[in-house]
Write a protein that binds this ligand. Structure first.
Ligand SMILES: [Cu+2]
Length: 639
């Protein structure tokens, strides 16, 4: 009894002190709120924060110690990386460096990561910038198989592959004669052999027209410029072939039967200025007949551009009017479209026009019929075009026949029914196409649903990636975070369950069930041919080239003193001999720009010129042991 009295006394004391704090801050808070709202009214886009109040019952709550149900893999825009987030909690799990330098792990600093990223003759990185937009994963049987992800770099037209078991980038390829590489999508099946029912190709849409080749000629004659659609081998990461098209390609989608890859196209006008790019009332979604393209390549019916040896097939409209021989089919869609998405039943592709309040539904079986000469016009493959709202961009699916399209100008997510839209297009005036519109905060770009781009679309969650957060989070200066809003789409009504902040600026993402992802927790020493062994550990010298082979085991490096001479070219190789999961060590060398980590059983190396003399403490940067601070060696450079 006595103890409970004490507890209540303490409780009363805490409550009183909290009240005092709140009392003082309340007056200041009011001033802040009124200023904040006034500022918001002037600045905020279309919608206020009043709508889309968070749902009660915290459907996104993942209790401490519990795991999320899904992984979200997202791009990061001009940050150049990819990200891993747990859903529904919104916990950041990992940032995967790809086209950027990341000192936390040493990406872009070690010899191994530089070899993947590409270097100039002097050994420095070829590029230190990147712009990732789209992350998509490998498929088997129409769903994710957990092998790989791919992400694009729009700035330098590169495609990167990320291993899903280690969640690290293992290959990067640059597309020749392409600028503004935007959309990507892996195939889901071989176009000829249905037994190859897994990803073997990745398709890449080239957005900007450039002179082909871009060698300084034809600079003043944009009529000679063009854009290329590229096919990359998923396993070797070499560019297999390219197709020259009319128009500029944006995003990419692939059919479940492997027959078609498609890219929505704005600027079918082939214009070089804004007014020209908006002139035509309709743009297009171009469907590539993959099997025919590969037949032409096999038969040697292709050209090459400049120094590139990659086969290029002509996919321009004029050369592809005859369905019997065409490799491209341009289906007209709403004006200046952004986004093309495949429905999980495998039947439809949906494109939305930025400058048209509509979504265009294209029936893939009709596109196939056009190629077989059984459909009069490509436009006859359009089976619905519902008006859904202003600024429609991307469409996600719940696997129950419903589509969810982001409305950039309306700041909304619109839920609509695909079958009803088709019925309405056929003349059914009673068809109820729009099911619900929900405000999002604010200006959504991409949206994506849980497993929504697979045959296993489960209709549980939708992520709305909103470009502006404005008043949703504590202000942090001129650059605001973005809002990733998690929406529960499992019920009859959409429910906003969480606002997650996102550091600028992710574009697209995928939501993958956690059982699909199988990660490795520990490397094997043999994974690294250059791993250090007790036999070869130490310092060896050939002229002024010095090999420093070092091992780490908490809390020490294998050599307390490492001695080299000024002017030496030093290659420092470090193997982590710890085998305990998560027992990672760091390796930093002051004034030499060396800063990387080695995970258990991992090996990494750096090569540098010991160009200034002195004593430098090589130390462990990654907390590893109670004696972590003591884990350091003297690196001595003799004058
Ligand atoms: Cu350590």
């Amino acid at each position: 009894m006595d103890s409970s009295k004490d507890d209540s006394k303490d409780e009363a004391h805490i409550t009183a002190s909290r009240r005092g704090f709140l009392g003082r801050s309340a007056a200041m808070g009011l001033v802040g709120v009124s200023l904040g709202l006034a500022g918001c009214k002037e600045d905020a886009p279309a919608k206020t924060a009043s709508a889309g109040a968070p749902a009660k019952g915290a459907a996104n709550e993942v209790a401490p110690g519990q795991l999320d149900d899904y992984y979200a893999f997202t791009s990061a825009g001009h940050g150049g990386e990819a990200r891993v987030i747990g859903l529904p909690s919104g916990r950041t799990l990992k940032r995967i460096p790809v086209f950027n330098i990341d000192c936390m792990v040493g990406w872009g600093i070690t010899n191994e990561s530089k070899a993947i990223m590409g270097t100039k003759a002097d050994g420095s990185l070829k590029y230190i910038t990147g712009d990732t937009h789209h992350v998509h994963a490998s498929y088997k049987d129409g769903t994710y198989d957990g092998r790989f992800m791919w992400v694009n770099d729009k700035i330098h037209s590169r495609l990167a592959r990320i291993r899903m078991d280690t969640m690290e980038c293992d290959k990067i390829v640059q597309l020749p004669n392409v600028m503004g590489f935007h959309g990507i999508f892996p195939d889901k099946c071989d176009p000829v052999d249905a037994k190859i029912n897994y990803t073997t190709r990745v398709f890449c849409g080239g957005e900007f027209s450039i002179p082909l080749p871009n060698d300084g000629r034809d600079l003043d004659d944009p009529s000679k410029w063009g854009a290329l659609f590229s096919c990359v081998d998923a396993s070797t990461m070499e560019v297999r072939w390219q197709v020259r098209v009319d128009g500029n390609m944006d995003l990419v989608a692939t059919s479940y039967d492997g027959k078609f890859a498609a890219s929505n196209q704005y600027n079918t006008e082939n214009a070089a200025d804004l007014a020209g790019m908006m002139a035509a009332e309709r743009d297009a979604c171009v469907f590539f007949h993959v099997a025919r393209i590969e037949q032409l390549v096999k038969a040697g019916k292709f050209t090459t551009i400049g120094a590139s040896k990659v086969p290029v097939v002509d996919g321009r409209k004029a050369a592809n009017a005859d369905p019997a021989t065409a490799v491209t089919c341009y289906v007209p869609v709403g004006k200046n479209p952004h986004g093309v998405n495949a429905s999980p039943d495998g039947k439809y592709f949906v494109c939305s026009g930025k400058l048209s309040p509509t979504a265009t539904v294209i029936d893939l079986s009709l596109v196939a019929q056009w190629y077989e000469g059984k459909l009069k016009q490509p436009r006859d493959a359009v089976v619905a075009e519902p008006e859904i709202g202003l600024g429609p961009l991307h469409t996600a699916f719940d696997g129950k026949g419903n589509a969810y399209t982001s409305l950039f100008l309306d700041s909304q997510c619109v839920k609509w029914n695909v079958a009803a839209a088709i019925a309405q297009f056929k003349g059914d005036k009673n068809a109820k196409v729009i099911i619900e519109k929900m405000d999002v905060q604010y200006q959504p770009g991409h949206n994506y649903a849980s497993m929504g781009e697979t045959k296993e679309a489960d209709g549980k969650y939708l992520n709305s990636g909103n470009k502006f957060s404005k008043d949703r989070f504590l202000p942090v200066g001129p650059l605001h975070p973005e809002t990733e809003q998690l929406i529960d789409i499992s019920g009859a009504k959409m429910r906003l369950v969480a606002d997650h902040t996102a550091y600028s600026e992710p574009h697209d993402g995928i939501i993958v069930r956690r059982d699909i992802v199988k990660t490795r927790q520990i490397y094997t020493m043999e994974d690294f041919p250059n791993h250090v062994t007790p036999d070869n550990a130490g310092v060896t010298r050939h002229g002024n080239k010095v090999q420093v082979r070092l091992m780490s085991q908490a809390p020490a490096y294998s050599m307390p003193i490492i001695k080299v001479k000024k002017g030496d070219e030093v290659t420092l190789t470090l193997t982590n001999y710890d085998k305990v999961e998560d027992l990672t060590h760091g390796c930093a060398l002051p004034t030499y720009n060396i800063n990387f980590i080695v995970n258990p059983q991992e090996t990494k190396s750096v090569t540098f010129k010991a160009d200034h003399a002195g004593a430098y403490w090589l130390y462990c940067t990654h907390f590893c042991h109670a004696l972590h601070l003591e884990m350091r060696s003297r690196f001595l450079v003799e004058a």
